[in-house]
Write a protein that binds this ligand. Structure first.
Ligand code: ADP
Ligand code: GLC
Length: 493
């Protein structure tokens, strides 16, 4: 029997993306279709999302007042890469989502002041849909992603739309893509949420006297997943759990890690239209054309050391401050750097200054550019991901697929997906990259030096590239893992 899943998230490619969450939510429907799971995705009606629905979208439901706002549920399709198009539901609430700016911040980078209401309403709508409030839609399980969808599970638990709440609860999964974002608000908002008093409790949505949308979801979910096995272990500790480690430990047996995949139709160097020269693991020499083009694009001189690339949010999480400190060392050992990213203003100007200090050796693009990210992976020698924590990380997976050797800190999904080029791994021919412990100047500088040494041994370097390109980080295994999880939660019903 085909299982019907409602996937609830604030982002999904190709419609709205601020990070890897969007890639994963966008890829899941296709990844699960192969396992007899039909997934419908619910997104907020941001302008870029409603724009894809055409002039006369199908209206499945209306709310006169959804946390005070008029709203409609619209039907559409979402598809990317290898997928044909999967069912999409859009919460069209113009007072909440139809505005210029980002999904979470205004044009000046400040959080929207009504984010609590926007994502509470989103959760309320999701619970109505999952709870049987929209007659034409029925689901076997609800899968919520991150804090923006957390309230869906709290509403389902404490105030389902239909029934008396005493019947069997719809099973639920919540996936933590990043513990650093929790959706904290003041307790004064509680009356506006429309939840019964018992929800404001330590095993409900209450968090240190306030409200946490992520905790609300974690406390209510039948199962909790995160995006790598190592991060699933790390979030039991304060440094990674960021205040929710106690809850994670209390629910230990119900927390697991399923590593993200990448879509081979989008990330394949043999067929990537963004590349000057396509290539395979057997024809790595063809990468040279891409490398020369990339050097020209970033105004870099030719060199016999490796060309490092970075494609990243410029934030503390990503260790970009430490990379900035190590930039002089990187140049000093004969390497070059091409960086694409945006984020903290101080880091943006810091990298501009590093580029000005090292013309021809460091090139910087501040901004967001999907096509350029492909060209960097197809021409760069190594991709740097020195994150302080990384729930999964996708760019190291792209690096593996493109023979752009990942150089990563040993944390979260980076620890789970890259095999360090230590002596044993190299002798066995299984090494795929370079890992280092602890994100500090010295550890990163050592890793950069070690990478340059490996690069100067062409046979060793080719072996790293080929092993990475041979690894399978498509959705095959992880799609099955999610399908198995859903099945295990629905069999007894
Ligand atoms: P996170 O979600 O924490 O930012 P991930 O590695 O999971 O980290 O996902 C980041 C995604 O965003 C990847 O698909 C990456 O290629 C993309 N990305 C990040 N910064 C940029 C940028 N400046 N230009 C293009 N793509 C970017
Ligand atoms: C988050 C994490 C990243 C992960 C992505 C998708 O943004 O920071 O590590 O890959 O979610 O799960």
């Amino acid at each position: 029997m085909t299982l019907s899943i409602l996937s609830v998230a604030s982002e999904a490619v190709p419609l709205v993306k601020t990070g890897g969450l969007a890639d994963v939510v966008g890829a899941l429907p296709a990844a699960l279709a192969a396992h007899d799971v039909a997934m419908t995705t619910l997104l907020p009606g941001y302008p870029a999302v409603t724009a894809t629905l055409g002039k006369k979208p199908k209206v499945l439901h209306t709310w006169d007042r959804l946390l005070g706002e008029p709203a409609r549920l619209l039907a559409g399709k979402i598809g990317v890469g290898s997928s044909e198009g999967h069912p999409l539901l859009v919460l069209d609430a113009p007072g909440l989502f139809a505005r210029e700016g980002g999904p979470y911040v205004d044009a000046t980078g400040r959080d929207w002041p009504d984010n609590w209401k926007r994502f509470a309403a989103f959760g309320r709508a999701a619970a109505d849909i999952a709870g049987g409030g929209v007659k034409t839609l029925t689901f076997d399980l609800i899968h919520a992603h991150d804090w923006q969808a957390g309230m869906a599970l709290a509403y389902l638990r404490f105030a389902p739309f239909s029934g008396d709440g005493a019947g069997p609860q719809l099973p639920s999964v919540i996936t933590i893509h990043n513990m650093a974002f929790q959706g904290h608000y003041g307790a004064d908002l509680f009356p506006a949420l429309g939840l019964p008093p018992q929800a404001m409790a330590i095993d409900g949505i209450e968090y240190h006297g306030g409200i946490s949308f992520l905790k609300a979801g974690l406390a209510a979910a039948s199962r909790i997943t995160t995006v790598s096995p190592t991060y699933a272990r790390e979030i039991r500790e304060p440094g990674f759990g960021m205040g929710l480690e106690g809850l994670i430990r209390a629910r230990e047996g119900e927390v697991s890690g399923i590593v993200n995949g990448i879509d081979p139709a989008v990330w394949n160097p043999a067929s990537d239209a963004a590349l000057k020269s396509g290539y395979t693991a057997r024809a790595l020499a063809k990468r040279a054309t891409n490398k020369r083009a990339l050097e020209a694009e970033f105004g870099l001189e030719k060199g016999d050391g490796p060309l490092f690339v970075v494609i990243s949010r410029l934030t503390w999480q990503k260790g970009m401050d430490v990379l900035l400190e190590a930039a002089d060392h990187l140049v000093g050992i004969g390497a070059r750097l091409a960086l694409l990213g945006s984020g903290d203003a101080a880091l943006e100007s810091g990298f501009h200054a590093a580029a000005a200090r090292h013309p021809g050796r460091i090139g910087v693009r501040i901004g967001y550019d999907e096509a350029l990210s492909h060209r960097m992976l197809g021409g760069g020698d190594a991709i740097l991901v020195p994150s302080r924590f990384e729930p999964c990380g996708l760019t190291q997976l792209y690096g593996l697929a493109y023979g752009c050797v990942p150089v990563v800190s040993r944390t979260g999904g980076l620890a789970d997906t890259v095999i360090d080029a230590n002596l044993a791994a190299r002798q066995a021919g299984v090494a795929t990259g370079v890992q280092f412990d602890g994100v500090r100047w010295q550890t990163l500088a050592d890793a950069l030096t070690r990478t340059v040494q490996l690069y100067r041994d062409p046979a060793a370097w080719r072996s790293l590239q080929r092993a990475g390109m041979g690894a399978d980080f498509t959705w095959t295994g992880s799609g099955e893992a999610y399908a198995d999880l859903y099945k295990s939660l629905t069999v007894t019903r």
